[in-house]
Design a protein around this ligand. Structure first.
Ligand code: IFM
Length: 452
């Protein structure tokens, strides 16, 4: 099937899912509306010097208030699927009881999508742990894995028959390592062993959630979303290559090996033998529950070199590389390289690119946003998707990150990833050129399919 994108033809299979993605904490706002309780990100952002410009997710894109208009915008784009996350602090209260108003909000989303032929892809955890649970140890506390399973039980029972696709965790590396070793995400710890404990408990929570969803929904499509990219030494030195190995193992293998091979990487076990005491006999069996898909979030590749700090390594960009506003190199072929590496190592049944996109310093000029760099970025990555088909990678879908500009975690509102521009003063949405290109692409996809 031929698809036009930015005047270039892209060939994708008919069954291929093209969608857009968001996450609750980054767009919803409505911090304490209708019984929502605080998350660790609300608490973290309230601390001094954690987020650029002192930004907070309190209002974000006010998606909670503007839901109808945002859903209309999603429908108008004509996407096959919409990936969004459910905020645990919106649907469960401090006593662990269901908040019906919170649940009703997601019900409105799901029902509107279904009524318009758009498939909902739910992410169950996109970093917004309820702060009350953090106060009892958060992900360092094994009990949190059972609380997560209870929350997932509520969601999967509620949406049974309406939602099939569930991603348990988004980018657990960020929650575990950025949040507990790097100290730049909530809750802001800087200790490697804590990161390992948190990482293990996240994986255990994932495994328990898989069991719960399978029990509740017989035809569920369950996955987890990992982030990463091709990783190599910044120079050819043995030191840089060893650090690159460590970085890749912590970012990807730490999560993928237990899930697909029921073991932690031997390199990490050798380097940090005391860091795995929290792994109990039955855990790896629970963690390695069968999955229907692997979600991959890809943005860039990583060059790694030594660092004289507690992390012990750092990533660098090669001189002269084209970078986005995040300082991340634009390297589309890395998507294929990374997916092929995952495919060879773990043979997932299916792979979905659940996030790919770029931040640029977009400006509205005369009511338009000409984000040609983003159009090109997405186009080049879609070409890689096409390439992967030919290499036999079981790639089933691609979701642009993100539907609209939003709260980019520690960077606040400074970084714009959306295909829709958001004016945070007025909450005015403006479709960027990339949104128009994707809309046209989807229109053509539907036209060709319906003509068959
Ligand atoms: O905005 C984030 C998203 O929440 C998780 N993946 C990476 C994106 C861009 O940094």
């Amino acid at each position: 099937m031929k698809l036009q994108f930015n005047n270039n033809a892209i060939v994708l299979s008919d069954e291929f899912t093209l969608g857009v993605a968001t996450a609750a904490q980054q767009i919803e706002g409505g911090r304490s509306l209708d019984g929502r309780i605080d998350s660790i990100w609300d608490a973290y952002a309230a601390r001094k010097d954690t987020i650029e410009n002192g930004d907070t997710p309190t209002n974000a894109c006010e998606h909670y208030r503007l839901l109808d208009q945002d859903i209309a915008m999603i429908i108008d784009l004509g996407v096959d699927a919409y990936r969004f996350s459910i905020a645990w602090p919106r649907v469960m209260d401090e006593q662990g009881e269901v908040n019906p108003l919170g649940l009703a909000f997601y019900e409105r989303i799901v029902d509107a999508l279904l009524a318009n032929g758009i498939t909902p892809y739910i992410t169950l955890y996109h970093w917004d742990l309820p702060e009350c649970i953090q106060k009892s140890g958060g992900w360092e506390n094994r009990d949190t894995t059972d609380l997560f399973a209870q929350y997932v039980d509520v969601i999967s029972q509620h949406f049974k028959g309406r939602v099939q696709h569930f991603s348990t965790l988004n980018e657990p590396w960020c929650s575990a390592f950025l949040g507990n070793l790097y100290g730049i995400h909530a809750p802001g710890n800087t200790d490697r062993k804590t990161a390992y404990i948190v990482g293990h408990h996240l994986l255990l929570a994932h495994g328990k959630a898989c069991r719960v969803i399978r029990k509740n929904i017989s035809n569920a499509q369950i996955g987890i979303v990992l982030n990463g990219g091709p990783t190599q030494g910044f120079t050819d030195s043995i030191e840089d290559n060893l650090k690159a190995e460590l970085a890749y193992h912590e970012m990807v293998s730490f999560f993928a090996e237990p899930i697909y091979k029921a073991q932690y990487p031997s390199l990490l076990r050798k380097l940090f033998p005391d860091f795995f005491d929290m792994v109990l006999a039955e855990d790896l069996d629970i963690i390695s529950a069968e999955l229907d898909y692997l979600g991959v979030n890809y943005y860039t590749r990583n060059f790694v070199t030594d660092a004289q700090d507690d992390i012990g390594y750092q990533t660098k960009v090669s001189p002269g590389a084209v970078v986005t506003a995040m300082g991340w190199e634009v390297y589309p072929q890395g998507l294929t390289e990374f997916c092929m590496q995952l495919n060879e190592s773990y043979q997932p049944k299916a792979i979905y690119i659940l996030e790919n996109g770029a931040a640029f310093d977009d400006q509205v000029v005369a009511g338009e946003v000409n984000d040609d760099a983003r159009c090109e970025y997405i186009y080049q990555h879609l070409l890689e998707v096409e390439k992967m088909f030919n290499f036999g990678v079981p790639i089933k879908g691609y979701f642009v990150w993100s539907l609209m500009d939003n709260f980019e975690w520690a960077f606040g509102y400074n970084k714009r990833f959306g295909i829709v521009h958001v004016d945070y003063q007025t909450q005015q949405r403006t479709l960027k050129r990339s949104a128009h290109a994707i809309k046209a692409l989807l229109k053509q996809k539907k036209r060709i399919n319906s003509a068959k």
